[in-house]
Design a protein around this ligand. Structure first.
Ligand code: NAD
Length: 292
């Protein structure tokens, strides 16, 4: 190497070594996240993941008491100034708008929306009442529309881009027995995300989807009616279901709330700065995708 070039490289390496020793700012420092369904299994794990990397987090949930409890637990670890809770029924337009006003007052705005609040329901189509169909559409499709519309309004006003992440479901892509209402509502979420990715790109608003496969541990969904109905559909119990889901994945591992949180973190952070309109399936690898 010419002498000057060798000197430059050596100097650069020394500077780089110094940088390595310096404490680095956390990846989400200064960013504000709103997590719907924040009192639930995936929502609370996601909140913790974002807090760990420096974000301020507002937990929003229809169950205000449970959200306050989760926020209090996280505040003991990360500090009371970075995590709060607010009541928000995602189907109630006024409550959604008010929750964003609360985030603006408490934290100054929003940079990241994790739209995650949800339910699961199972019934053969002949037994699916209009009320059950509408409940799925209201909470999942319409709820995701309302919270992301308000996020878009706030993000556009702020003018510095942002990241919207939908926690949808593998069932939004693949049909599942006795769950037409749930699967259809989840499919609508995924398509909504694609439409919003198109609309938000110019303003630097990225919209991506994380699709969990069954997350049995930690999720409240899997302690209620859904568990009984799924167990009956597959003629097994909770342990049998977990084993079935594990065995059908390539990696033969159960998916945990923390696994979904890592996927959300990827889309929330600048690691995914060039990704929008994309879907990340967190399902342990899907055999069917290779054999069809
Ligand atoms: P969870 O029941 O533990 O958490 C869901 C949270 O959403 C609860 O705290 C609940 O109070 C809240 N919620 C329900 N209705 C609401 C409403 N109208 N407004 C605001 N909050 C509301 O379930 P989870 O497993 O953490 O699920 C989170 C998301 O992941 C859901 O959208 C679910 O459909 C999706 N998902 C879960 C699984 C799984 O197997 N657990 C698989 C695929 C997709």
């Amino acid at each position: 190497l010419p002498e000057q070039e060798a000197f430059d490289i050596e100097y650069w390496l020394l500077e780089e070594a110094k940088l390595q020793r310096m404490p680095r700012p956390k990846a989400l420092a200064g960013r504000i996240a709103l997590v719907t369904g924040g009192a639930g299994g995936i929502g609370s794990a996601t909140a913790e993941r974002l807090l760990k990397d420096g974000a301020c987090v507002m937990l929003a949930d229809i169950d205000a008491g449970a959200a306050q409890d989760v926020a209090a637990g996280l505040a003991r670890v990360y500090g009371a100034d970075v995590v709060r809770a607010v009541q928000m029924n995602v189907t109630d337009e006024t409550q959604v708008i008010e929750a964003y006003a609360t985030v603006a007052v408490e934290f100054g705005g929003v940079d990241i929306l994790v739209s995650n609040a949800g339910i699961a329901s199972s019934a053969p189509v002949e037994d699916t009442t209009l009320a059950l169909w509408n409940r799925n559409m209201d909470i999942l499709s319409t709820g995701y529309f309302l919270v992301s519309r308000e996020a878009f309004r706030m993000l556009r006003t702020q003018g510095i881009g942002g990241s919207v992440i939908f926690v949808a479901s593998k069932n939004g892509l693949a049909a599942s027995p006795n769950a037409a209402a749930y699967c259809t509502a989840k499919a609508a979420e995924i398509h909504l995300a694609r439409c919003l990715a198109l609309e938000g790109a110019e303003a630097g608003i990225r919209v991506n989807v994380v699709n969990p496969d069954a997350v049995l541990r930690g999720s409240k969904i899997w302690s209620g009616e859904w568990l009984t109905q799924r167990a009956s559909t597959y003629k097994t119990d909770k342990d049998g279901l977990e084993e079935m889901y594990r065995q059908r994945s390539l990696l033969k591992r159960s998916v945990l709330p923390e696994d979904i949180a890592e996927g959300v973190y990827f889309f929330a952070s600048d690691l995914s700065a060039k990704s929008t309109g994309n879907i990340l399936n967190v399902d342990g690898g899907n055999k069917e995708a290779f054999t069809r």
